[in-house]
Ligand binder design. Structure first.
Ligand code: ZN
Ligand code: ZN
Ligand code: FE
Length: 763
């Protein structure tokens, strides 16, 4: 090669490029293109210097973004020519102290195909080893307690690698080069079986023995990646019912895990999009339509047309499930509404009344992370719960932000930290209603600040004075931090805008259960004209009483009474409705009296409560066992016919349009009295909400000229509504934005809070 043919180039690559096998990948790519040079981790990514023939460098740069290691993600590449140094080889430079502090950390990843092959290969030294992993798979986020991401900062630090493991770890050409959780049966974590009382049960193969107990109908608590599951044979009704009873979870659906796709197809319908979701490395729980009749016990998801299913994601799961299970219930290891247990002793204490046996291991979990939950609706994968497999992958923003800590809402809480053009949403924390969840909230904030190396300068929280997340923010603010309070539904819309990387004014539809309104009422059926910095309320559902406040959320019959009273007054008693015949007359009279006197009846414009009211009026549910149950059953009941909606009307006043429920409720009641089937009424009601929302959007467009609509809030988890409204608005030539990466429910609130607060402080 003539000296003048050699050129050099430098590249700065940003994104998720550390701890994901990126450097060995580049090492091999450079060598395959006959290039020499070096690669090193930098503060925000990696630095690459390559030298060789110009055409080889061109080819190297072109193929760089393709065929990345599965966990890597490039956000940008900056290239420039560099001085030729006449290097003989391509080398991976060791990380220097401080060089990789603020790098992006990979989420926990399901076992890869290479490791799976080794797991079931009798000739492999890790044959049937439940903790096999490599650079492309295994635990990450849940085992880190500080940065940089090195073994000494993970829960693997107590395991010293044996000779063969260390050799793999040091070899850039090995799949386990710098794989921090690298381990084998000689040097790594082990599984153990314990009885219900926490006493160790000695046995040769704890995983196999646990499988035997499950087959006998026992309940086994299983330590996984982000916490404990409670498991039972999903075909055994007695076992599943016992699990429900012990966990005090009456009707909320339980997730199941099956060994492979073929087994899932035996009890659920799976579209190609759902198949892709099920097999993705994130391995979320995917909401699927059940086959009828269903192979699984009815107790798994009673009165529900859907089932949440997932494929195994750890080697231990594979070893357990290959013992001949079609499906195992895998529900989070906790008492209802408490955070999932992660520590062995904690599990023995907290789950002792629930589990007959414990299948544990001795690799500590530093940060709990529930299973993520996804549903494919209207052409996109919509995250309902964003946790294991996804966190802490950031949401990449339109522009850099101030470092903000947003504390989220009360239910389905998540927190959000921003840094530069990245927003780090925490994993699902849960409902901040008990001290255990509040502790988890504190812990997650401290943990994320540490491993992401972010020192927030601004705090954001909800307007609601009683949310624990608000109180936390107020306490922190007293210690001298700036605080910005964000209206709940505005935060929903800004969250949707942030995820879609859009700016400027648009029409925001925020439909949810409850959120504290700027006027002190409980909002939830909101049409906002909003941007990142503020909003006007262009319309909302007309206020009705919420009799008994929070009690009305658990008891949809109260909302039915509220709407019937609002529309019919005292003559509601004469209506021919099952609700009025079946409900305790004294209770009804009591609630009517409360409304007449205006006692303990906050006003609400909640869309979620309107769905509850209709569900109760048509007799499908008077009380609920979990949040959103009535609305969900109303959705599932709707027949597929092309139904006409009920009439609707609105009233304009100074504060925007009020949507009047009178004609809708009158229509529903008339249909009930005429013995129209609830399935048809449900379909007509959904159609009405779609028509009404689209009509008001058209009116707002006329007045404002705005042509873009953002949809957010928990009510948009309703697939019928989301699909129908997107279709209608698109037909009306609106540009529609909705959620996919970030939950539409209150799990997405913290993102909107963070963006708003950062904007306020930058102005
Ligand atoms: Zn692997
Ligand atoms: Zn080893
Ligand atoms: Fe909300």
């Amino acid at each position: 090669m003539k000296p003048d043919e050699i050129v050099a180039r430098k590249l700065n690559v940003n994104g998720i490029v550390q701890g994901v096998g990126f450097r060995p990948h580049i090492y091999q790519l450079a060598r395959s293109h006959q290039l020499t040079g070096e690669i090193a981790n930098t503060e925000s990514g990696v630095f690459i210097h390559v030298e060789g023939r110009k055409e080889n460098i061109e080819r190297f740069c072109r193929s760089l973004p393709a065929n990345l290691p599965p966990l890597a993600r490039i956000t940008d590449i900056a290239q420039a020519s560099d001085a030729v140094r006449r290097l003989d080889i391509f080398s991976i430079l060791p990380s220097t102290a401080g060089s990789s502090r603020s790098t992006l950390i990979s989420p926990d990843v399901s076992i890869c195909d290479d490791c799976l092959k080794e797991l079931f290969d009798p000739a492999d030294r890790r044959f049937r080893y439940p903790f096999i992993n490599c650079t492309n798979c295994g635990p990450r986020y849940t085992i880190i307690d500080d940065i940089p991401y090195d073994r000494c900062h993970t829960s693997m630090k107590q395991f010293t690698m044996c000779g063969p493991c260390q050799t793999e770890y040091d070899d850039p050409e090995n799949r386990r080069f710098h794989a921090q959780p690298n381990a084998c049966p000689d040097c790594g974590p082990r599984a153990f079986l314990h009885g219900f009382d926490g006493a160790l049960i000695s046995c040769n193969n704890p995983v196999e023995q646990a499988g035997r107990y499950l087959k006998q109908g026992k309940i086994v608590a299983i330590k996984g990646l982000g916490g404990f599951h409670l498991s039972a044979d999903a075909l055994n009704t007695a076992a599943v019912e016992r699990l429900r009873q012990r966990k005090r979870r009456e009707e909320k659906p339980l997730a199941v895990m099956s060994p492979d796709l073929e087994r899932i197809l035996e009890y659920a319908l799976v579209t190609p999009e759902e198949k892709a979701l099920l097999t993705a490395f994130q391995r979320p729980i995917v909401l699927l339509r059940k086959k009828e009749p269903c192979l699984l016990s009815d107790a798994v998801s009673p009165r529900n047309a859907f089932i949440g299913a997932m494929l195994p994601y750890t080697p231990l799961h594979y070893l357990l499930l290959e013992q001949g299970f079609a499906a195992l219930v895998m529900t989070s290891g906790n008492m209802s509404e408490e955070p999932i247990a992660i520590d062995n002793d904690e599990a023995f204490a907290r789950l002792s009344g629930m589990a007959d046996y414990f299948l544990v291991h001795n690799r500590p979990i530093y940060l709990r992370s529930d299973d993520s939950l996804v549903r494919h609706v209207a052409g996109a994968d919509r995250v309902i719960r964003r946790s294991r497999g996804t966190v802490p992958v950031p949401v990449f923003l339109r522009r850099p932000q101030q470092p903000v800590l947003a504390c989220g809402a009360e239910l389905k809480n998540t927190v959000c930290l921003t840094s530069g053009d990245r927003a780090f949403l925490s994993q699902h924390i849960g409902d901040l209603e008990n001290s255990a969840t509040y502790d988890f909230f504190h812990m997650t904030i401290a943990h994320m600040k540490r491993i992401l190396d972010i020192t927030p300068q601004v705090l954001a929280c909800d307007l609601h004075p009683d949310y624990l997340s608000t109180r936390y923010a107020l306490e922190q603010a007293q210690a001298g931090m700036d605080l910005v309070q964000v209206q709940h539904h505005h935060a929903h819309i800004v969250s949707c805008m942030a995820e879609n990387r859009i700016k400027g004014k648009l029409i925001g539809l925020a439909f949810d259960g409850t959120g504290y309104g700027a006027d002190g009422a409980i909002w939830g059926g909101e049409f906002l004209i909003a941007d990142e910095t503020g909003f006007d309320r262009a319309g909302h559902l007309a206020y009705v009483p919420l009799p008994g406040g929070a009690a009305a959320i658990r008891e949809p019959w109260r909302m039915a009474a509220s709407y019937l009273y609002t529309v019919f007054g005292d003559s509601m008693r004469d209506l021919d409705l099952p609700l009025l015949r079946e409900m305790d007359a004294k209770k009804l009279a009591f609630v009517q009296d409360m409304m007449a006197k205006g006692v303990n009846c906050p006003r609400t414009s909640s869309m979620g409560r309107l769905f509850d009211a209709v569900a109760a009026i048509i007799g499908i549910r008077y009380t609920v066992a979990y949040e959103g149950q009535a609305a969900l059953e109303l959705e599932m009941l709707a027949d597929a016919g092309n139904r006409e909606g009920y009439p609707f009307e609105w009233q304009s006043d100074g504060g925007g349009c009020q949507l009047l429920s009178r004609p809708i409720i009158q229509g529903v009641v008339r249909d009930m009295e005429n013995r129209v089937s609830p399935a048809v009424i449900s379909a007509r009601f959904h159609r009405t909400v779609i028509d009404m929302a689209a009509a008001l959007c058209r009116k707002i467009r006329q007045d404002s000229g705005l042509n873009r609509v953002a949809l957010s809030g928990g009510v948009f988890q309703n697939a019928l509504l989301l699909k129908g409204l997107i279709r209608q608005l698109s037909a009306d030539r609106f540009t529609v934005f909705s959620h996919a990466l970030v939950p539409a429910n209150d799990g997405g609130i913290s993102l909107g809070q963070a963006i708003f607060a950062s904007g306020v402080k930058m102005m």
